[in-house]
Design a protein around this ligand. Structure first.
Ligand code: CMC
Length: 392
């Protein structure tokens, strides 16, 4: 293979160096900038965590007020962007809409961005974080035919998003604080995860110097798949498909069958060979939300708990170190929050946007940064001569 290593799926290749997120997959440890995810989820809100991911340190009071002010300044989206939505089929998947609309931000912010200027990169990140809740909520509102809601600057990040998703101009939507906190936690837990497929996609796209919003759109496209961010939607569909606790053994057997492509969605991870620390937190949030809403007897939740129990005792899952990942419980929480299944991955994208843009920023400012250009193992035919069409 010459001077390179064959590593399909990048199972053993570090594509970059980074100071943002650390994972110890054997121990089930996740740190953002050195801080354990458990402490961040307990003591911080999503915007504080965003500041941390972007700037490397947690903000003090004054820094946080400035950051919240900066984000608040950019929450509105250009009215022309709102018109893009009407070009989509009404039943378009929200992720399809997001790929298009976020990509289209590059048409609004292009010539004015000097990617080698620290200020411009910072502004790019602030704009993305500020506008994503609106863009995501609009993709849902469009599908239902209900009017778009303008953001409210005085509301917190998660609350503002819930209001734009669920509220209507004709009433005063007031979100339940327990549910706001649960959504905020989902955002924190999904904010970054080092060089996962979508983040690597953003870096690879950005390594050519391309417009950052176009690069984030590429990340959204990658996130969509069921092996990645699409898993939260797939988990819920799977649970509904299983339908009843009595059917679990049948589906576990299907997942273990080599000749069946079915997998237990929300199980397994490339890096975690132990319980995903995010799944532990998500499970706890799930209990809190179902308690708050008196949904403890929710059959889907019971089914999920039982599926987890059976799988964790099954030799196949134990041997292959397949544990529940973050998306196993996040879908149940989102469903309890009243968010429709097809929006789950879009909410993952909302959260991961900060990770994508922080990683893009780190890459552009890295002096070792080069265009990403993987090599290949050529397995085609060797050199041969062309015959003219009449000779073939
Ligand atoms: N159900 C049944 N078997 C599985 C599963 C599963 N969910 N996941 C992996 N396996 C088996 C797989 O068949 C393989 O068996 P063998 O060695 O006999 O061929 C072995 O475990 C290793 O799997 P792999 O596909 O080689 O591992 P990977 O690191 O390439 O894939 C994964 C990781 C997450 C794509 C995979 O575990 C999976 O498809 N899980 C279900 C989808 C899912 O929940 N994805 C969300 C990931 S976490 C959220 C995120 O950050 O995106």
């Amino acid at each position: 293979t010459g001077h390179f290593t064959y590593d399909p799926g990048f199972t053993s290749t570090a594509s970059c160096s980074s100071k943002i997120t650390y994972i110890d997959g054997d121990e089930g440890i996740l740190l953002y900038r050195g801080y354990p995810i458990e402490q961040l989820a307990e003591k911080c809100d999503f915007l504080e965590v965003s500041y941390l991911l972007l700037k490397g340190e947690l903000p003090n009071g004054a820094e946080m007020r400035r950051f919240v002010g900066d984000v608040g300044q950019h929450v509105m989206i250009h009215e022309q962007i709102a018109r893009f939505y009407s070009g989509f089929r009404r039943d378009a998947h929200p992720m399809a809409i997001l790929v298009g609309v976020v990509g289209a931000l590059s048409a609004f912010y292009h010539d004015a961005i000097d990617i080698y200027s620290v200020e411009d990169r910072n502004l790019t990140a602030i704009r993305l974080i500020a506008k994503m809740p609106n863009i995501v909520a609009m993709s849902y509102k469009y599908s239902t035919g209900r009017p778009f809601m303008y953001p409210k600057r005085k509301l917190g990040y998660a609350e503002n998003f819930m209001r734009m998703m669920m509220g209507d101009p004709c009433d005063d939507y007031i979100a339940n604080p327990v549910l706001v906190r649960a959504l905020d936690r989902i955002l924190i837990l999904h904010a970054d995860h080092e060089q996962n497929a979508s983040t690597s996609t953003v870096r690879l796209a950005g390594s050519s110097g391309a417009n950052p919003y176009a690069c984030v759109a590429a990340g959204i496209a990658c996130l969509w798949g069921a092996a990645h961010g699409g898993a939260n939607e797939a988990v819920l569909n799977m649970l509904e498909h299983i339908g009843d606790v009595s059917k679990i053994p049948e589906y576990v057997a299907k997942a273990k069958n080599k000749n069946d492509s079915f997998r237990l969605m929300g199980f397994g991870h490339r890096v975690y060979k132990n319980y995903d620390p995010r799944a532990k937190l998500m499970r706890q949030t799930c209990h809190e939300v179902l308690d708050e809403l008196n949904l403890k007897d929710d059959p889907l939740f019971k089914l999920a708990m039982e599926l987890e129990r059976i799988a964790l005792e099954d030799e196949y899952f134990v041997e292959k170190k397949l544990y529940p990942n973050v998306d196993f419980y996040s879908g149940i929480v989102l469903r309890a929050l009243g968010i429709p299944t097809e929006m789950f991955t879009a909410i993952f994208a909302l959260a991961r946007s900060v990770g994508w843009i922080a990683q893009w920023d780190e890459m552009i400012s890295d002096p070792e940064q080069k265009i990403g250009r993987p090599r290949q193992l050529y397995r085609g035919v060797s050199t041969r001569d062309v015959k003219t069409i009449s000779q073939r």
